[in-house]
Structures are given as structure tokens and as C-alpha cells.
Design a binder for this molecule. Structure first.
Ligand code: HEC
Length: 349
């Protein structure tokens, strides 16, 4: 083989190898998988730039090396217990140790880290300075004088224990209401989808949304499942109750959509349920959907829903149903406009 031919072959091969070795950027598939996993498993506690239950994660890839980051995410308490100053300060600041993600395949954790790195570079996010006590340095954080202890004491008595449902321990009992028919019962809802009737210290299932709604979705975060419920002030006569709940997004049309470029991960629905007999201790009746809203992320959804209690019948708010919707996590994905525009449903009540 002539020298010239060798050179002609060697040059393109060398060039191709150089391209392969430089091309360490993660592909689009990895980044979108990382984003989905981050939204699903991390966003209930972390934003990219804003403080949450945990620190903002944008910028962390510039100060902690990738193998250590992956190892930390798998088992944070190992680092917190070690003498590592960064993680000890984080624990002090956030007063919580993050849950371990050992069960998540390493490829998935790497994809999350790749997504964090890409977002950091895209938005030029600086790393968190863990030695800084608070972002609002100079403010006391206290707008009114500290409360004075009173001599009132409160006794806590266990009435009933409700069963642990579903996989997500983030979800639990969120709403407790007294019986609208004055029989001394109470009703409690578990975000996993069940409303219990509690009478004489015994809880029985009043309604199980998991059996009623095929697309009902509880988990992965605290802002999914059965949001809340309330009885109409005339429940005794009309048998009406209202429930907010989340559903898996399968392309269903909604009254409020995020935009045609932002994918909805779930939807929140306000539903009206009409009992056949308001005196029944187990619900049977019909369902009517009142409102359906896209959820941009699994965070900050539609939680409380209710009528203002104790109003006179002639009050303009009497019989009005109110609900609050968080920003749907839109801030976390750099779309704050969704939550601050008055004609949209996010960030509103
Ligand atoms: C229940 C809340 C919670 C969840 C869910 C959570 N974290 Fe955390 N995370 C925290 C808290 C609190 C801290 C700070 C205290 C500590 O280190 O444990 C933290 C710290 C971190 C740090 C260290 C940040 C730094 O600046 O050094 C990383 C990295 C991290 N989390 C990644 C993740 C990832 C990735 C996920 C999802 C797979 C996740 N976390 C899910 C609460 C959470």
C-alpha cells in the first residue's frame, strides 16, 4: 500500500475518531428522560434556581463531580454523616435529609444529572453558596413580633387510624370535614383516592375514586391524587359534593391548556358528585365533570376546594365553590408567565 493511500485512509478515520471522542454531550433522548425523571422524582422538593424543601439544583454540577453526585443521590445520609462540609451545611440549612434513591437505576440517575448539567449551562445558573445563611441576607424574616406563649394547652387524642394506601408515602390524609347531615360522623380524604366516613372511632370507605375514574392518578408527588373535597351547603337535600382530583394525561382536551409546545404531565379536574341518597353511608350516584386543567408538572397542583363555612344564605359568597391552584410547577420549568397571568388558571383561586 502506498504512503499516499495510507494517508488518504488514515485522515478520515482519525477525524471520525476525533469526532466520537469529543462528542461526550448527552443525546436528546437522555436529556428528555432526565427531565421526565427529575420532574417525577425530584421536583416536589427541588427547583433549578429557587429554594424549595431542598436546595436549588441548577449549578450543582459545576461544584460537585458527577460520580460523587450520583453516589450522593443514591445514599445521601452516607454523606451527611461524613465530615463533608458541603453536605453537613446543607442538612443544617434545610433541616432534613433527602430520601435515598438507591432503587433508581444508575442510568436514570445519570440522565437526571445530565439534564441538570444541560440546564445549568443553558441558563448559566451559578452554584449555590452553601455558606450563605439565607438569600434574604439583611432581612430578619419576621414581619410581626414573635408570638407570646399562652396558657392554653391542647391535648391530642387518637380517634382512628386509617390504613396506609398505595406506594407513595408522600401522600396522605389532607381534608377532614364534619358530616353535612348532622349525624356526628366525620369524613376524611386520603390523596391516594379514598374518602372515609368516620363514626364511633371506626373508619369505613365512603368513596373510592380509584374504582370510579379509570385515569385517576395518585403519585409520584404530593401534588397529585385526590386534592380535596367539600359538601354543598344543601347536601342534605341535593346530595351534591365536589372533589378535585388528578388524572394521567392522555391527550384529553382541557378548559385550560398550558400551551401547544409545553406538554402536560397530568390534569386536574373539579368534579361534581350527586348522591342517590344523601343519607347513604357508602356513596352511590352520578358524576359530572366541571373543569379540567392541564398540569405542567407534578408539583403545586389543585389542592384545597370548598365552600366558605358559616355564611348567611343572603351572603353573596353563599353556595360559591372555591378552589386554589398552585403555579403547577411552571416556575420550576422556567415558565413563570403561566402562574402570573390573570386569565390563566395557574397561580389562582
Ligand atoms: C423529600 C424531598 C427531596 C426529594 C424528593 C429529593 N431531594 Fe435532593 N435534597 C433534599 C434536601 C432536604 C437536601 C439538602 C439536605 C441533604 O443534603 O439531605 C437535598 C440535597 C440534594 C443535593 C445536594 C445539593 C448540593 O447543592 O450539593 C442533590 C444533588 C440532590 N438533593 C439531588 C436530588 C435528586 C436528583 C432528586 C431526585 C431523584 C432529589 N434530590 C430528590 C430533599 C429532597
Amino acid at each position: 500500500m502506498s504512503k499516499r493511500l495510507l494517508l488518504t485512509l488514515a485522515l478520515p478515520i482519525g477525524f471520525a475518531l476525533a469526532i466520537i471522542s469529543c462528542n461526550s454531550q448527552p443525546d436528546e433522548g437522555t436529556l428528555s428522560k432526565g427531565k421526565d425523571l427529575f420532574t417525577k422524582h425530584c421536583m416536589s422538593c427541588h427547583g433549578l434556581q429557587d429554594d424549595g424543601i431542598g436546595p436549588p439544583l441548577g449549578g450543582v454540577t459545576s461544584v460537585v463531580a458527577e460520580p460523587q453526585l450520583i453516589d450522593f443521590i443514591k445514599n445521601p445520609s452516607k454523606y451527611i454523616d461524613s465530615q463533608d462540609i458541603r453536605f453537613s451545611l446543607l442538612k443544617q440549612k434545610y433541616k432534613l435529609v433527602m430520601p435515598p434513591f438507591e432503587w433508581l437505576p444508575e442510568d436514570d440517575i445519570s440522565a437526571i444529572v445530565a439534564y441538570l448539567k444541560q440546564q445549568t449551562e443553558l441558563f448559566d445558573i451559578p452554584p449555590l453558596d452553601v455558606t450563605q445563611q439565607s438569600k434574604e441576607a439583611g432581612l430578619s424574616g419576621q414581619l410581626v413580633s414573635a408570638p407570646q406563649p399562652s396558657d392554653i394547652s391542647i391535648e391530642l387524642e387518637e380517634v382512628v387510624q386509617l390504613p396506609a394506601l398505595g406506594e407513595s408515602s408522600d401522600l396522605g390524609v389532607v381534608t377532614l370535614r364534619s358530616s353535612p347531615i348532622g349525624d356526628g360522623a366525620m369524613f376524611a380524604s386520603d390523596q391516594h383516592g379514598v374518602i372515609y366516613r368516620i363514626k364511633d372511632r371506626k373508619a369505613t370507605v365512603f368513596m373510592d375514586l380509584r374504582n370510579e375514574l379509570p385515569d385517576f392518578q395518585s403519585g409520584p408527588g404530593i401534588a397529585t391524587g385526590l386534592g380535596s373535597f367539600d359538601f354543598h351547603p344543601h347536601f342534605r337535600n341535593n346530595g351534591l359534593l365536589y372533589i378535585s382530583h388528578a388524572e394521567a394525561y392522555k391527550g384529553q382536551p382541557a378548559d385550560y391548556v398550558v400551551s401547544d409546545t409545553l406538554r402536560s404531565v397530568a390534569q386536574w379536574i373539579v368534579g361534581e358528585w350527586k348522591a342517590n341518597n344523601p343519607m347513604d353511608t357508602v356513596f352511590s350516584g352520578i358524576y359530572r365533570e366541571l373543569l379540567r386543567v392541564h398540569a405542567p408538572t407534578f408539583a403545586h397542583g389543585m389542592q384545597d376546594i370548598g365552600f366558605i363555612p358559616g355564611l348567611e344564605k343572603n351572603h353573596p359568597d353563599y353556595g360559591m365553590l372555591y378552589f386554589g391552584y398552585g403555579d403547577g410547577g411552571s416556575n420550576n420549568i422556567h415558565h413563570p408567565e403561566l402562574g402570573i397571568t390573570l386569565n390563566r388558571s395557574w397561580g389562582a383561586s
